[in-house]
Design a protein around this ligand. Structure first.
Ligand code: SF4
Length: 589
């Protein structure tokens, strides 16, 4: 067994609580590393690609990485891999913190869960011993309350990943939460709910050994030192929400269901405004020296407006750009208190903020066009936003339709509404206007899990001198491929993407890290091949699940209508098709 690994995974059948400890060959570990890469390999090997994502036999995989438990900054992360109930394609979602360390210390490199428990259960993995306990006392509870209740019940050393009420109800974009961090995108929470598992609790004592601990300590110190420097200052000082006004200036802030790239009330949602009007604290994931999390208090007595009342007033909310855009500008909401309350309610219910905002904004436009009956659901109405979130979480009334995501909702609504459903392969588009950021448009179109800014960093190319972002040519394709490959590698090692700016040569630095941990004579060139292999393996799963190249596109809106404020930001169907074809040519697919 190589250093940094246990060389095995647990395969647990939730139907009866049985567990097998199965070996993972060193060649597989070296070819896929861990995290997303290892998880996708195990998913493919399970032969489940043609099963419905919510079928009991479809696996839900928690994959750890060789760096977890080391002193390397930002490495305490894990990947959750499954078939997505939203896209019916591969899904890999990452989350952070103590669950990653405790899960790996259970003596395994991954946990594969199949089957369906006979009643709502807590899956407990205690130093590798597995049992199921009733979750009756936490049924219907929020993710946060579930974690707190189970820590009291089981003891503080246990780390808990839980679903909220939305995961229990099978909302197709339900998340899995741990200590306020979320494996958010693609509906892994619904997969866990379909297995009748409310929470997974892990603790363990099986620490791995490192090949060259002294080298690793020296690398860790150097990396931590560099993580305090200018390359990460933006994340430390402002957090990701610092992007909002920049995107608005570029006409790239999606507004009112992508009808515009500029939001008149953007200033209200900016970090400058949030910082000026409310208290702020900072936090970080376990083992992180950057600390990008900015937590703002909710002020103002909004309950007086009848916004639902479930969340209460006061308290703090972790604010990310993606949540601000999806529940703010995309729904036409410029009241920061409403947006913060909406973010918190999504976190409590356990739903992805991007898909929630995208689906609600789509429904708002359908109502506006007279295609959907719901006169209360209007752009700019905070009450409507909060009401819709509640209905989605409980799958009541209109919420039952919206819980299916914008693609399925569009098929049910008809009227050609699929043209304005803001999704690719069923996954709602993040906060990057594709017409204004056309390398990112390609990244969205070809993404294995649909439109995703974490699996393609092509927006960096758009903001660089390498391309004309509103009129990209085929030269952009190799850059898009590079960012997709780098993301696959970072998600498999795993290190946080916010660290990327500190590396002069990321692949070289990653090889140095991996050598110190595993003892392998791995090189930067080998890591480039590994990244390509991981992206190809995701595609292999998708092919088996029914993918065709026709899926690698964007909704008609983006290909037929220029941005109203910027007629030059026009992405024709022909241009996107040419970019996609060149992408496939360069991938040799
Ligand atoms: S930079 Fe932010 S997201 Fe990344 S590990 Fe640190 S706190 Fe977590």
């Amino acid at each position: 067994m190589p250093f940094g690994y246990h060389g095995c995974y647990l395969r647990i059948d939730a139907s009866n609580g049985t567990v097998e400890r199965l070996p993972i060959a060193e060649t597989v570990l070296r070819q896929f590393i861990g995290g997303s890469g290892l998880g996708v390999r195990l998913l493919l090997d399970d032969g489940c690609a043609d099963l419905d994502a919510l079928h009991p036999r479809a696996p839900l995989i928690f994959a750890f990485s060789p760096l977890v438990g080391s002193s390397l900054t930002t490495s305490a992360k894990f990947a959750v891999v499954s078939k997505s109930p939203l896209t019916d394609r591969v899904n890999d979602a990452l989350a952070s913190s103590g669950f990653a360390v405790a899960g790996k210390n259970c003596g395994c490199d991954a946990i594969v869960i199949v089957g369906r428990a006979p009643e709502l259960s807590v899956l407990i993995i205690d130093d590798g011993e597995v049992r199921l306990e009733s979750a009756a006392d936490v049924a219907g509870m929020t993710c946060q309350d579930t974690g707190a209740r189970l820590r009291t019940r089981l003891g503080a050393p246990f780390r808990i990943a839980a679903i909220g009420p939305a995961g229990e109800k099978g909302v197709r974009y339900a998340s899995i939460s741990h200590d306020g961090r979320h494996a958010g995108r693609g509906g892994s929470g619904a997969v866990m709910g379909a297995k009748n598992i409310k929470a997974i609790a892990v603790r363990g004592t099986h620490r791995v050994e490192w090949a060259h601990p002294r080298d690793m300590t020296a690398i860790s110190k150097d990396l931590s030192q560099r993580s305090f420097g200018p390359a990460t200052a933006k994340y430390r000082e402002l957090g990701t929400a610092g992007n909002l006004l920049t995107f608005n200036r570029f006409g790239a802030l999606p507004t009112r269901n992508f009808q515009s790239g500029e939001f008149a009330d953007a200033e209200n949602l900016s970090v400058e405004q949030l910082s000026a009007t409310r208290e702020k604290t900072r936090d970080s994931c376990v083992a992180c020296t950057i600390g990008c999390e900015h937590i703002y208090t909710i002020g103002g007595p909004h309950l007086r407006h009848g916004y639902g009342g479930h969340a209460g007033s006061g308290g703090g909310v972790r604010v990310e750009y993606e949540s601000l855009f999806a529940l703010g500008s995309l729904c036409g909401i410029g009241d920061a208190d409403v947006v913060l309350r909406a973010v918190r309610r999504c976190d409590e219910l356990g739903i992805d903020t991007i898909s929630t905002g995208g689906t609600i904004a789509f429904a708002m436009e359908c109502v506006e066009r007279g295609w959907l009956d719901g006169p209360w659901l209007t752009f700019g109405s905070g009450g409507a936003l909060l009401r819709a979130i509640e209905l989605i979480g409980s799958r009541e009334g209109l919420g039952d339709l919206l819980a299916e995501g914008s693609r399925r909702a569009a098929h049910a609504i008809g009227h050609g509404s699929i043209a304005i459903a803001p999704q690719v392969k069923g996954l709602e588009i993040p906060g990057y206007e594709p017409r204004a950021l056309q390398t990112m448009a390609l990244g969205f179109a070809v993404g294995a899990r649909g439109a995703d800014h974490n699996r393609s960093g092509a927006y960096e190319v758009d903001f660089s001198e390498k391309v004309d972002r509103r009129n990209v040519t085929l030269d952009a394709v190799r850059h898009a491929i590079d960012t997709e490959d780098r993301a696959a590698l970072m998600d498999s090692l795993i290190v946080c993407k916010f660290l990327r700016g500190v590396f002069e040569d990321f692949h070289d630095a990653a090889a140095t890290m991996l050598r110190s941990v595993t003892g392998w004579d791995v090189t930067a060139a080998e890591l480039r091949d590994i990244a390509t292999r991981i992206v190809a393996t995701k595609r292999e799963f998708n092919l088996l699940a029914g993918w065709t190249q026709a899926e690698d596109t964007l909704p008609d809106r983006f290909l037929t209508t220029p941005l109203p404020e910027d007629a030059a930001a026009e992405l024709s169907r022909e241009r996107l098709a040419a970019l996609v074809a060149e992408y496939h040519r360069q991938r040799r697919w």
